[in-house]
Write a protein that binds this ligand. Structure first.
Ligand SMILES: Nc1ncnc2c1ncn2[C@@H]1O[C@H](COP(=O)(O)OP(=O)(O)OP(=O)(O)O)[C@@H](O)[C@H]1O
Ligand SMILES: [Mg+2]
Length: 218
C-alpha cells in the first residue's frame, strides 16, 4: 500500500453509507442495528434519513407522504433535491468532514428509483445529482432487495400505506428494477442484500458485508 496517499478509511473523512430499497424492505428496521454495530467497531457514526434529517426534509416528507400528494414527479424530484441540499449542508457534510460516518436511510438513489419509475428521465436526475450532491455521493450503498409481493404483504401488516406505498400497477417493480440496474452498473459501490430473510439473518448479512468492506478499504 502506498502510505503517502490516505486510503478511504484511514483518511480523516467519514464514510457515507446509504440504505436503499423498496418500501417495506427493512431499511429502518436495520438502520439502528447498523449504527450500533459500527460504534462497536470503534467507528464514530450517526444515523439520519431522507426525506428528513433537517427541518426542510421533515416538511418534505410530510408533504410527499400525505394523502394529498398529487404532485408531478418533476416537482417531487425538485423538492427532494432542495431538502437534500439542506440535509447535506447542515448534517452530512459537517459530520463527514469531522471524520464521523453517516448512515443515511435512503439517499440519492431513491430519487433515481422513485421519480425515475414515475417517468422522470435519468439525465435530469444525473444533472441534479452531479450539481448538488458531489462530493457527498455515498461510499457504499446497501440495497435491500425482495419481491414486491412479499413487501406488499409487509406494508399491509405494518398498517395504513402512505401515498408512495399505495401507488399501483407495476410501479414498485419498476422501482426495484432501477435499483438493481444501478447496483449492476457499479458493483464496487453497491451490495445487494436478500431482504426476504428474517431480521436476524439480514443483520448478520449486513455485518458481514460491512466487515468485508471495511477491510477492503482499510
Ligand atoms: N427481515 C424481515 N422479516 C420480516 N419482517 C420484516 C423484516 N424487516 C422488516 N420487517 C417488517 O416489515 C415492515 C417494514 O419494515 P421497515 O419499516 O424497516 O421497512 P423500510 O424499508 O424502512 O420501509 P420504508 O421504505 O417504507 O420506510 C415492518 O413492519 C418491519 O417490522
Ligand atoms: Mg423506513
Amino acid at each position: 500500500m502506498n502510505t503517502s496517499e490516505p486510503t478511504l478509511l484511514s483518511d480523516r473523512r467519514g464514510c457515507l453509507i446509504a440504505l436503499e430499497g423498496c418500501d417495506g424492505a427493512g431499511k429502518s428496521s436495520q438502520a439502528g442495528k447498523i449504527l450500533e454495530w459500527l460504534q462497536e467497531q470503534g467507528i464514530r457514526a450517526i444515523l439520519t434519513k431522507e426525506p428528513g434529517g433537517c427541518p426542510l426534509g421533515d416538511k418534505t416528507r410530510e408533504w410527499l407522504l400525505c394523502g394529498e400528494n398529487t404532485l408531478a414527479p418533476e416537482t417531487e424530484l425538485l423538492l427532494l433535491f432542495a431538502a437534500r441540499v439542506e440535509h447535506i449542508r447542515t448534517v452530512i457534510a459537517p459530520a463527514i468532514e469531522q471524520g464521523i460516518w453517516v448512515v443515511c436511510d435512503r439517499f440519492v438513489d431513491a430519487s433515481y428509483a422513485y421519480q425515475g419509475a414515475a417517468g422522470v428521465e435519468t439525465r435530469y436526475i444525473d444533472q441534479l445529482s452531479q450539481w448538488l450532491v458531489e462530493p457527498y455521493q455515498p461510499d457504499l450503498v446497501l440495497l435491500f432487495d425482495a419481491s414486491p409481493e412479499l413487501l406488499a404483504q409487509r406494508i399491509h401488516n405494518r398498517g395504513a400505506a402512505d401515498s408512495m406505498e399505495s401507488r399501483h400497477g407495476n410501479y414498485h417493480e419498476k422501482v426495484r428494477s432501477i435499483y438493481l440496474g444501478r447496483a449492476g452498473h457499479c458493483p464496487e459501490r453497491y451490495r445487494i442484500i436478500d431482504a426476504g430473510c428474517s431480521i436476524a439473518q439480514v443483520s448478520a448479512a449486513l455485518y458481514s458485508i460491512l466487515l468485508d468492506w471495511i477491510h477492503r478499504n482499510d
